[in-house]
Design a protein around this ligand. Sequence first.
Ligand code: ZN
Length: 118
Amino acid sequence: MDSRTLDRISTSVGRLSPGVTEGNQITLSEDGAGWGWHVDPNPLDSSEFLPTASATEFKAADGSPAAGKLDLLIVLIHELGHVLGMPDTASADDSMGGYLTPGLRRLPDAISRPCRRI
Ligand SMILES: [Zn+2]
């Protein structure tokens, strides 16, 4: 990846699905597509989430600030993947999967491993 690609990324907020990317422009829904956003102040610890049977998925604990909301971190990871040329996949277990579940954090494998240690 050319680091200049990251310098050219811009974001905005609009009314649409959780996020849309066109070229280097990422546009996020202002209300998390009606679910509301979970904006994690400490995204590297995933403390609002519980482990699941999948090594890359975490489910919001009941009563967690992430419960029932879309995880802004995974939407940004997904949309950054599009900026880098990655297409949507049909897999539900992939950070480039085209479907989101409120209260679910699905991380790329390289990021999820450190979260598993916490
Ligand atoms: Zn996508």
